[in-house]
Every structure is written in C-alpha cells, then in structure tokens.
Design a protein around this ligand. Structure first.
Ligand SMILES: Cc1ncc(COP(=O)(O)O)c(C=O)c1O
Ligand SMILES: [Zn+2]
Length: 444
C-alpha cells in the first residue's frame, strides 16, 4: 500500500462493444451485455477510459483504495452518489461479506519467492514473484470479478434504476460454474440477501455442492440433453435463465462485462506491490512478465490490464494446458487475419470456437472449452510482445508440486498452472527477469 488518497475524477466514461461498436454511457443501469447481441453470437462490451495516473489510496480494502479507477465508481457518481456514499456502499457490502465468509476484501499477499527463484535458476536481480489470492474472499480471485457486478446492482436498486419495485421481487442471480466462481457468487449473493441459481455439471464435487447449499444457493444440476446444441450444458441452462429474466452473475465478459471492472484490482495491487518491493532491493528491477492460467480468460485480461496501468508494461503469457488450448489457436488465427489482431473483434468465430476434444487436465478449473474473453488477451499479448504458452501435463503437475512446496501456499493445480507456463518456456526467460505468477485458488 502506498501514498496518500488519490484525488481523481471518475476515469471510466462509457462502454463500447468490441464486435459491433455499440456505445453506452457509463450512467446507464444494468448494462451487462451489448444490446446488439441478439442472434446469440458473442459480443463484448469494454470500458472506455480517460487517462489518470494509478495511485492507490491508503486503504486495506482494494475496492476503496482503487475506487476512482473503477467503472462502478463512475456509474455510482452518475447515479447521484457522493464520494462518501460510494465508499459507504463498498464498506457496507464488504462487512456483510465478511460476516458470511469470515473475510472481506483485503490486498492479498505478494512477494518474491526465493525458493522458486532459486529452484528455477533466477539471479538476485530477477526472480519469481507470487501473488497469493488463496486467502481472498471465498478462497479465490473470483469474488473480485463479482464484487463490481454486486455493487452495480445495489446502487441501481437503491437509486430506483431497476424494473423491480421491492426487494421481494428481485430476479435471481445466475451463474454457471462448478467451483470457485460458484462459491464466490453464492457468498456474495448471501451477503446481499439476493437469491441465486447456480448451474453445475452432473458430476460436481459433493463438497462444493454442500458449500453452495450452506450458502442457500439454488443448485441446478445440468446433464446434457439429447436436444442440446454443442457446448457446456451448464452454460446453456444459465443462458436460458438469463433469457427469462435472471441476472447474469457471471465471470465471463461476454455474459457480463462488469466482471472485468473488479478483475483489474489484482493487477493494480500487484503492480504497486512490486514497485514498493523494489525499494528494498539492491538492484531494483522492472516487472518483465506475467504468466496467467486461462480458463474463460477474465482473470488474465483483468490482471494484465491492471498491471499495465503502471509505467512498465509486463509481457503477458496466457497459459493453457495441452488438454484444452483454444486460446493459442485463436492467437495464431488472429495474427493471420489480413487486418491483424486489431481487426479480430469482427472475426470472432474465425478465431474462437469450442475445443473439439473432451478437455482434460489436472488443472481442472481452466477446462473451459471456449476462452470467452480471448479478445482482450490476444490484444494484450500482441501489444506487450507476449505469447501464449501451452503447458504439457507433466509440467502442470510439477508446477503444483514445486509451487506449493516452495511457498507453503495450499494452492490447487489450477491455481499454479501459470507457473507451469513459466516452467514450459523457462529457457526463453533471462535469469535477470522479474516474473509474476498468480496463485489463485485454495485447496478446500
Ligand atoms: C483457481 C482458478 N484460477 C484461475 C482460473 C481461471 O480464470 P478465468 O476463467 O478467468 O480464466 C480459475 C477459473 O475457474 C480458477 O478457479
Ligand atoms: Zn455488440
């Protein structure tokens, strides 16, 4: 944590669709999806921002510390809330979350792992830095994405900007997930006292379902139906629920663009934490690379765009496993387009389509058959001179063993899969480089 409270006017001014160009003002309520997305084809709203130097306020809650940079803050300001009221909305929801989960939002730990750095042969000048989100709300980074959707809903409702008239008429929240995102969503829903339906696969882990039950979520098991088109049946049932009025409480940008807002907090935190740590080093370094495990892609997109808000922009490496790697395919397709990566939004289905084989990996949290948020990641890798990494299963397992043993963090194989990417391309990385990995989910 650094410096004094920032004095910055809200920096997000609106949203624009990366596919069809539709623009919306930031004050419009419930702008989850592009209104042009009528045919079922994916669209993606992205925030338009002015330029403001990134400075964190001196607050342990990242949503308060980085409040002026959040799109939510601009939305709430447009809805008529003063700065004090905006801070109060965050604090009040955070206190309710802490009452449900035992912890509210706090900057999560970030440090150079000397053990990992030595094991991988980095010099004192460089090293492997670990951002540890395993102690975050609901045990993963996912709650960061959902917090800004929840804040948006609360303000919209409080200011009378929603079509329902009383708390009793609230439509259900809906999410398709079998793991961390489901637990995070149900935790925040419980904190808000908002009903939620969670669409889970037939084979869901009993411990997860029990946790969802204890959070009073409505759990809907989703076997594949004979009449289903290709794709994840949980996502199909989720979309049906949204089509009939549920609110997409989703961690995928095309389903709810507002998840990208809070997703940036992890990048803002680590960029400032990295800089703060350089002061104590004999040879301060720059943040050279960010390796991020990619399932749906919202994490990598948010982490990089947050980190890139500081002067030094890290190279982004999006990491998937050999058992499910649609993003690397999209990267090659997008770069081969006549208009290059910059034109990829208009060529969505030429670049991204569901992985044909049954996705398999020990990193089972990143087996999304489509990388929903592939576009911002491909753009980020292109502009930062990064590239995708497809990790072999042996290194996914080795990263899990080494990552947990070296740091003492109780992370899952999904959570250490970014490290598997570093192991895969270790020979391309100089020993003096500073490399960040994100340990994102705790073993339950
Ligand atoms: C622990 C953990 N890390 C990383 C990811 C990947 O995040 P995303 O789906 O946004 O790419 C997930 C997604 O489920 C996860 O559970
Ligand atoms: Zn659109």
């Amino acid at each position: 944590m650094t410096t004094a409270a920032p004095v910055v006017d809200p920096v997000v001014t609106g949203m624009r669709c990366a596919v069809c160009g539709t623009r919306m003002g930031i004050g419009a309520p419930l702008t989850w999806k592009c209104p042009g997305a009528v045919s079922g084809e994916p669209h993606l709203l992205r925030f338009e921002r002015g330029v403001a130097p990134l400075r964190a306020g001196d607050d342990p809650n990242p949503f308060v510390a980085f409040r002026p940079y959040l799109a939510w803050d601009a939305f709430a300001a447009a809805a008529g809330l003063s700065v004090e009221q905006r801070v109060q909305v965050i604090r009040s929801l955070d206190a309710s979350i802490a009452a449900v989960d035992g912890t509210g939002f706090r900057w999560t730990p970030f440090a150079r792992s000397d053990g990992l750095s030595d094991a991988l042969g980095f010099s004192d000048r460089g090293g492997v830095w670990v951002k540890d989100d395993t102690g975050n709300v609901a045990g993963s980074h996912k709650a960061r994405h959902l917090m800004t959707i929840a804040l948006h809903l609360l303000v919209a409702e409080q200011q009378g900007l929603v079509p329902w008239h009383s708390v009793g008429e609230r439509p259900h929240l809906a999410i398709a997930s079998c793991g961390n995102a489901a637990i995070a969503a149900s935790t925040i829903a419980a904190a808000m006292g908002w009903p939620i339906s969670v669409f889970v696969p037939q084979w869901s882990e009993e411990s997860v379902v029990q946790r969802l039950d204890s959070l009073r979520a409505t759990v809907v098991r989703c076997p594949r139906r004979d009449t289903d088109p290709p794709g994840d049946p949980c996502v199909l049932r989720f979309r049906e629920a949204v089509a009939s009025g549920s609110i997409p409480f989703a961690v995928q940008g095309p389903e709810n663009a507002w998840c990208h807002d809070g997703g940036r907090t992890i990048g803002w935190e680590l960029a400032l934490q990295f800089e703060a740590a350089q002061v104590h080093r004999e040879q301060p370094g720059a943040l050279d690379r960010l390796f991020v495990q990619v399932g749906g892609g919202a994490l990598a997109s948010g982490a990089w765009s947050g980190a890139a808000d500081r002067a030094n922009i890290p190279r982004l490496h999006a990491v998937q496993t050999q058992g499910c790697a649609p993003l690397a395919r999209a990267w090659h397709r997008a770069r081969a387009l006549p208009g290059g990566v910059g034109s990829a939004g208009a060529h969505w289905r030429e670049c991204m389509w569901p992985w044909e084989d049954e996705p398999v990996s020990t990193a089972d949290g990143i087996l999304d058959d489509e990388t929903y948020d592939w576009l911002p990641i491909v753009e980020a890798m292109s502009s930062s001179n990064g590239y995708p990494v497809v990790a072999p299963e042996m290194l996914v397992r080795e990263a899990h063993r080494l990552g947990c043993a070296s740091t003492g963090i109780r992370a899952t194989p999904t959570a250490t899969a970014g490290l598997a990417g570093l192991l895969t391309v270790r020979n391309d990385v100089h020993a003096d480089e500073n490399v960040v990995v994100l340990f994102t989910g705790v073993v339950r």
